[in-house]
Design a protein around this ligand. Structure first.
Ligand code: PLP
Length: 423
């Protein structure tokens, strides 16, 4: 079992650090080896050994339509026949920009990039350029990609592997990164009271999805908006996960908050490498070549990536997010009840099509509580689910994802697997 995956992983380890091209894929934190995937359709993955899995990772978020969705695959095939990169503008860039700006209440202009990391680092540069200030306030356990200024108390893989966060990052770079606990408005107030005149931006995952899934307390996001206004700092919503997932209009539509800048990734590219940053015209017009803040990319606005993103958003516009949310909640609650009936302490927050098993007696509202969850129980749950063909995120610091391709039968198979888990 796992023969080809194991062989490939051994070969990969000699060639690629840790055998993977992104750390959380490695799975050693959950005492497992990565699966090498041969193909994916709908919500099913097939590994190189021919085993099928119901996928609740969805490439860490992008595949909200499921894999190989007909309209996206057709758009890609069609685009591939027209050449793969021009280094000059193409019509789909304008069409995708129009879709994103129309969907997101906080956006008047947008610039396409190639990843979420590029989006956040560019948004920060813009905020610093516009405000002529240097400091950044971020939240402990939030993840904003792997650019230097964000690698302080970061979630996701940094949390999964308990990395100190900043080797290779000059201390001077993170010296300007201020930290506060997520959901702690008093700490944010204190930080602004001390440093407000120097804070270029506060960046937040409006729903924290890189320390497990932690929902914003009522008033938290509103409080950030008010403090940023009071001190003349920019509020950046990192919607790399929540964009087109928390609602079609992102967390900003869902919670009715108007950020100054927003960053995107994942869903916006329909499974191809796309990110974007956007916001109010008065800020975005400072981006080169209209303005003085430099930002560029050889493959930005790539025609294949734009075609996949455009097809994805156009399809999503026709689908019922409320229904998917209700189905996700029913599934997550059933999963929680099955685990609790086994005497296991578990919390199961959900939002939209995300869910997260926290093995904890108490609800989790910040990173310290997320870290206190029972990782041994998580590992045991993960391994037994995977052995039964249920593919979950291999870390307690990630969120589960549901797609429009998951059927009731898929949910039921996952619930049946959970019933068989022994703790
Ligand atoms: N921001 C958030 C909220 C993310 O979850 C991620 C990646 O998971 C990023 C930024 C970085 O995106 P990418 O991995 O595309 O660079």
């Amino acid at each position: 079992m796992d023969d080809l995956s194991r062989q490939l992983f051994e070969k990969a380890c000699a060639l690629i650090p840790g055998g993977v091209n992104s750390p959380v894929r490695a799975c050693h934190n959950v005492d497992s080896l990565p699966l090498f995937i041969a193909e994916a359709h709908g919500c099913r993955l097939t590994d190189v050994d021919g085993r099928e899995y119901i996928d609740f990772v969805l490439s860490w978020g992008p595949m909200i339509l499921g894999h190989d969705e007909a309209s996206v695959t057709a758009a890609l095939r069609e685009a591939a026949g027209r050449g793969t990169s021009y280094g000059a503008p193409c019509p789909d860039e304008v069409a995708l920009a129009a879709e994103v700006v129309a969907a997101m209440p906080g956006l008047e202009m947008v610039r396409m990039v190639n990843s979420g990391t590029e989006a956040t680092m560019s948004a920060l540069r813009l905020a610093r350029g516009v405000t002529k200030r240097h400091k950044l306030l971020k939240f402990i356990g939030c993840y904003h990609g792997h650019a230097d200024p964000f690698l302080a108390a970061a979630g996701s893989g940094v949390a999964t592997f308990s990395l100190p966060g900043t080797p290779g990052v000059p201390p001077a770079v993170v010296a300007d990164t201020l930290l506060a606990p997520y959901n702690d408005l008093d700490a944010v107030k204190e930080c602004f009271a001390r440093h407000g005149a120097d804070i270029a931006a506060v960046i937040v995952e409006p729903v924290a999805a890189n320390m497990g899934l932690v929902l914003p307390k009522p008033g938290f996001l509103e409080g950030l908006r008010a403090l940023a206004d009071q001190y003349g700092s920019l509020l950046i919503f990192d919607e790399v996960i929540t964009g087109f997932r928390a609602a079609f209009g992102g967390a900003q539509a869902r919670f009715n908050i108007d950020p100054d800048l927003t960053t995107f990734g994942k869903i916006i590219g329909g499974g191809l490498p796309v990110g974007a940053f956007g916001g109010k015209r008065r800020f975005m017009e400072h981006v080169a070549p209209q303005g003085e803040v430099y930002q560029a990319g050889t493959l930005s606005g790539n025609p294949l990536a734009m075609a996949a993103g455009l097809a994805t958003l156009r399809r999503l516009k026709t689908l019922d997010y409320d229904a998917l949310e209700a189905r996700t909640r029913a599934f997550a609650e059933a999963l929680r009840d099955i685990l609790r009936a086994k005497g296991v302490p578990v919390q199961m927050p959900t939002l939209a099509s995300m869910f997260c098993p926290f093995f904890s007696e108490e609800p989790v509202t910040d990173f310290v509580q997320a870290q206190a969850c029972d990782q041994k129980l998580f590992t045991s749950f993960y391994k037994q689910m995977r052995a039964q063909g249920i593919y979950l995120a291999p870390s307690g610091f990630e969120t589960g994802m549901v797609s429009f391709a998951h059927s009731d039968e898929d949910f039921n198979r996952a619930l049946d697997a959970a019933r068989k888990v022994l703790f």
